[in-house]
Ligand binder design. Structure first.
Ligand SMILES: [Zn+2]
Length: 106
């Protein structure tokens, strides 16, 4: 039994005490969960943009589609962007969850 009172639990990220009901299933407080989600989304966007740009560069330099085929490359690039964004976001979230995240205000 802890002396901090029942119903309280420590946030696994910032180690502040919160009512158990306010923590999510990873035992993170709302502030930390929001910060991690925001950071993960940013990582997803940046990574996806980099990969999509690389793909576009490869298409332009290596694949060299004829002018009438260029439109067909838009869809794969868009799908790649969305897919990479999702994957990078999931990975970033996993990293945040295992390491903890710095709380952001505002
Ligand atoms: Zn926290």
């Amino acid at each position: 039994m802890s002396s901090s009172g029942w119903g309280q639990a420590e946030c696994q990220s910032c180690h502040a005490l919160y009512p158990r009901s306010e923590l999510d299933r990873y035992l993170w407080c709302p502030d930390c969960a929001t910060s991690a989600a925001r950071g993960a989304r940013r990582w997803g966007r940046v990574t996806a943009l980099a990969v999509a740009m690389a793909l576009v560069l490869w298409i332009v330099l290596a694949a060299r589609p004829g002018p009438q085929f260029r439109i067909f490359w838009v869809a794969p690039v868009l799908v790649t962007y969305l897919l990479v964004a999702r994957i990078a976001q999931t990975i970033a979230m996993g990293v945040y969850r295992s390491r903890g995240v710095e709380k952001q205000r505002g």
